[in-house]
Design a protein around this ligand. Structure first.
Ligand SMILES: Nc1ncnc2c1ncn2[C@@H]1O[C@H](COP(=O)(O)OP(=O)(O)OP(=O)(O)O)[C@@H](O)[C@H]1O
Length: 372
């Protein structure tokens, strides 16, 4: 459902369905004022909300009530003869937190660059907010916040001037940006660093400043390429908290990550990408259930014995995986599987029963060999 009105030549008011209510978007230009975007989420009683609220998943995207904010069909990117992205399909719903998970070189950043409009697709279809990035790049970029893999802050400027200067690229007036920058510094917990030089910030602070900068233009979609890579656990948790708050405000998050815990914490839905193709899609819990199972028993018999002993475990659990240092037995009931191993007279030097995780899914789908 989408209602759009054009009260003035360059102004637009749109209203789209959001799982928590109505998503109102006013894009105003006219008189002596530069273009301004306002975005509000108008909560509605549960009975009027979009079907699927509370369970973000791919079914919701296909609901006739939700128009995807990003839609890719057969999306391809080639560099010479090399196909980095090989015909992928996905939808991202408004307000969703969508993750691209994959090993090095899988094609995640290439996909992000195509969404961000800085790299042209070689084939397939891609629409962002109903627009084609090949023809409407600037209009799309006005609604996008981008947090690149490498911080590209201006080291000659102070923290607050990084925000103000960036906002000027969007044509926003200085008086407005001064107020906006203070709010963003508060959001990023950087108020006391407002006059500091960028080089004096820690890695986590730089990341938070980059995110604050991406919010200057009130984006509807935030693209985050490996937002927490290289940060310590404390810094990562602060960042997750901030990203979660943005999601609560209704901003659509699209992120790439190598970190399974990050994907589990932040993403409503994920696609696992490998060698330029999507190999699995679903919520974190669905992926674990469908591709790993309930529990796994890690058994260590000594690295030279693991492979030889695997055949002695036939019939224990649902699946056995031999690793150089461990045997993994996937089972519905891990304790029962471990008891069955011991009952066969096998005595592991160590054993661990744990719940299956997204990491098990990731390694199963994308392999365990090192990708450089
Ligand atoms: N400009 C380019 N020219 C040629 N090949 C490229 C270019 N950019 C990316 N590639 C190749 O495309 C493939 C996908 O790269 P991409 O950066 O999208 O992977 P990624 O999944 O983001 O990996 P990482 O997690 O390491 O960032 C890689 O093999 C990479 O070497």
């Amino acid at each position: 459902m989408a209602v759009t009105a054009h009260p003035r030549k360059h102004s637009a008011l749109s209203c789209t369905a959001h799982p928590k209510g109505l998503h109102l978007d006013a894009n105003i230009r006219g008189g002596n004022y530069p273009r301004r975007s306002y975005f509000r989420l108008l909560p509605l009683p549960a009975k009027w909300r979009t079907p699927g609220h509370g369970a973000w998943n791919s079914r919701r995207v296909s609901s006739p009530f939700v128009t995807p904010v990003i839609q890719a069909r057969g999306l391809r990117k080639t560099y010479g003869d090399f196909e980095a992205v090989r015909g992928i399909d996905f939808d991202v719903a408004p307000g969703e937190s969508f993750g691209l998970l994959g090993p090095n070189g899988a094609g995640k950043s290439t996909t992000m660059r195509m969404i961000g409009g800085v790299s042209h697709r070689s084939g397939g279809e891609l629409t962002i907010l109903g627009m084609d990035p090949s023809h409407e790049g600037p209009r799309i970029r006005a609604h996008l916040g981008v947090v690149p893999q490498q911080d590209n802050l201006d080291t000659d400027l102070s923290v607050i001037d990084n925000l103000i200067t960036y906002g000027r690229y969007f044509g926003l007036p200085r008086w407005f940006l001064k107020q906006k920058a203070e709010l963003l510094l508060e959001f990023a917990e950087l108020t006391d660093k407002r006059k500091s030089k960028v080089d004096d910030l820690s890695g986590g602070m730089k990341r938070r400043l980059t995110i604050a900068r991406s919010l200057v233009s009130d984006p509807r979609i935030l693209l985050l390429d490996e937002p927490t890579t290289g940060l310590d656990p404390q810094a990562r948790h602060v960042l997750w908290d901030r990203l979660f708050r943005l999601k609560e405000q209704g901003i659509t998050l699209v992120l790439t990550t190598h970190h399974m815990d990050e994907a589990e914490q932040l993403c409503d839905r994920l696609v696992v990408v490998d060698h330029g193709k999507i190999v699995a899609e679903g919520t974190p819990s669905t992926l674990v259930r469908e591709h790993a199972g309930r529990e796994v028993v890690e058994l260590r018999f000594g690295s030279h014995r693991n492979a030889a002993l695997a055949s002695s475990l036939d019939g224990v659990g649902e699946r056995i995986e031999v690793l150089p240092d461990r045997l993994l037995v996937y089972a519905t009931d891990g304790e029962a599987a471990l008891a069955a191993v011991v009952a066969r007279g096998l005595e592991p030097t160590s054993s661990l029963v744990r719940r299956c995780s997204l990491e098990d899914v990731f390694l199963r789908l994308t392999g365990r060999s090192l990708v450089d």
